[in-house]
Design a protein. Sequence first.
Length: 229
Amino acid sequence: MNRTVLVVDDDRKIVELVSLYLKRDGYTVLPAYDGYEALEIARRKRPDLLVLDLMLPELSGMDICKLIRAESRVPIIMLTARASDEDKLRGLDLGADDYVTKPFNPRELVARVRAVLRRTLPEDAPGDDLRFGDLVVSFLRHEVTVRDRPANLTPTEFRLLETMVREPGRAFSRSELLDRAFGFDYEGVERTIDVHIMNLRRKIEPGGEWRYIATVPGVGYRFEAPDVG
């Protein structure tokens, strides 16, 4: 399947380099060099994934991520020179699926693109929906509804929830969830999981009741299954 990637950076040499490696791997590439152009292309062309620089003229990558995430679940990989854990977690909190810092290896970036897109295709998922009270997880449609309304999870949030709902009651460590959601070669910090879990809770547990995802002190998280239907 041919997939389309929107590459956004105000440095044209970086866009050309990333585009070259992505095209070699079989992707169609859409280039953009500022925030407003990127937003317009994303809305008009509907790419399968965005590689998004944070430091953009006119409209920042953070702003673009926030706007796109309000409209779409398209995967977003942030590409930036900001390397602190706080910057990474802020980007993930806005809905990014992964984070690559400059300077970067273009082969690694392509591998990240491949991994993120692979997570959006539940090839071995069962066809039946799973219902937990007013929470419904559809593996076939790759979507989650709460009280019959779409929860609009990002691909990474869906992967985390999928991992836990397949084994209700099991305590997963943060490192296990990192492996399941990002892959074994992911080098991000374990606090990344806390940010994604916080965002996931907001979407599937309106009102802050925290009925479904329980914190396991000193370990990580587990999924509780009340009123299984």
